[in-house]
Design a protein around this ligand. Sequence first.
Ligand code: HEM
Length: 370
Amino acid sequence: ETPVCQVDPGGMWAVSRHDDVLRVLKDPQRFSSQGFRNVTNPPWLGGNPFADSMLVMDPPHHGRLRVLVQKAFGAAAMARLEPRVRELCREAVADLPRGRPVDMMQPFALRIPAAVISELLGLDPQHSPRLKHWADLLTGGVSTVRPEEEERKQRARDAVAEVRAWFGDVLDARAREPAGTDLLGELRQARVEGEALTKDELIAFMVLLLVGGIETVVHLLGSSLVVLREHPEVWAQLRADRSRIPAFLEEVLRYEPPLQAAPRLTTEDVEVGGVKLPKGASVLVLLGSATRDEAHFPDGDRFNLSRPGPQNLPFGHGIHFCLGAQLARMEGRLALEALLDAFSHLESGPEPMTWHRTLLVRGPATLPLV
Ligand code: HEM
């Protein structure tokens, strides 16, 4: 009824319909991605490498950086990576405890993307649990801190310092070796208008891939399990026919998009969905609403394995379209294959599940299954 509305007087504008969301994402000139900076880099933080990343940049600078990493996430690179990701998925499933309730978030939904991103960035997998902690703090954690919460502010500042120090050490160690052909090696050799990337730019890339690669896939896997737990018939259908796994994942992405919203900032007075927004307005495009818009998705609140797909909107649209979409789909497919091979059924554990509560991402926080 009010598809473009201001949440509080003087506050953010929410854009909720599918076509209006697309219109905003297609127009980086008028809707700048600097909006991300406002959400993830409040003045009290004193700098957040995530807020200096490509995701927060506009043309033309964004395009110059994007070409550097595009190849590392293309089809050929994914085909090379697939056997290793399959192995990581099988190891995670083999280590799951049997015969007693287990919270699937840590040992399955988080372990897999953390291991994959560690592999891609050449990080020591021992540190995987810290990766999620940092990724949480530098995005959703920061965006939900209230002015009086000094302790949470300090935790976020500590996380920034730790990330800078640790990623800085990784880069220093790599600088002593010849640059290889892996992602970091290619980034170190890359030149933008003749100049190598600075250490801060490399760290911003690493943090973006860390956050992008973990915060979202963890919820794709978690929400997949929630759906499968609630729909045993879908679990049976997938067990009978593995070729339906990609369609299943597309419908999970539509039904529970891991990234629920993307911030933007207007660069001039502009109209969306018949509503005038002033220059400098903070805008949140609600992907989680757009993918249930009845005008595009009849009966959108119902999970429907046979719904025609794929739905690309959960991965954004336009110049910032998710760099890791193919990787995320591959991780989802291989993780589910490993799970379907190992278990005949999934059931809820004795404890209720809980949801992760932040502004931008959605998925389970705990998910006990038997
Ligand atoms: C951008 C969603 C997985 C890396 C985006 C955007 C969305 C998104 C919606 C665009 C944001 C905007 O327009 O402001 C998702 C979802 C994922 C996922 C739903 C999993 C289910 C990944 C993975 C990686 C990744 C696995 C890498 C390891 C990135 C990067 C960008 C991005 C680098 C910025 C691209 C740019 O600015 O040009 N993602 N993502 N994402 N994503 Fe993902």
